[in-house]
Design a protein. Sequence first.
Length: 123
Amino acid sequence: MPLAYLLDEHMSGPLWKAIQTHNRRCIEMLDVFRLGDPPDLPRGSDDPAILLWCEREGRLLVSEDKSTMPGHLASHLSAGHHHPGIFIPKPRSTLPQLVDFLAAAAYGSDPAEWQDRIAFIPC
């Protein structure tokens, strides 16, 4: 089963559009929600709530929040929780690189590879 993703609020513009273009052209569809798409995860949700939702739903988080997300993940883990993983795009990453990485990870990696950690992508 391929990995599934949640795009943090600030990631739902150009990256979302690039993913939609990918999904229209490709056989290996990316399973992606944006923050605010699920009724139980409205826009403006705080980071701890987002981490809990991703844990419950088994979705990796794609976020640009490299300043506070590591601390929130550490608190989440120290409270006895687990997390499918967090992907933070590297600053000079292009949209095609990010979409290619998300597709490769979704269909070619083991979910355990990303669990409880943050990865800066593309690797």
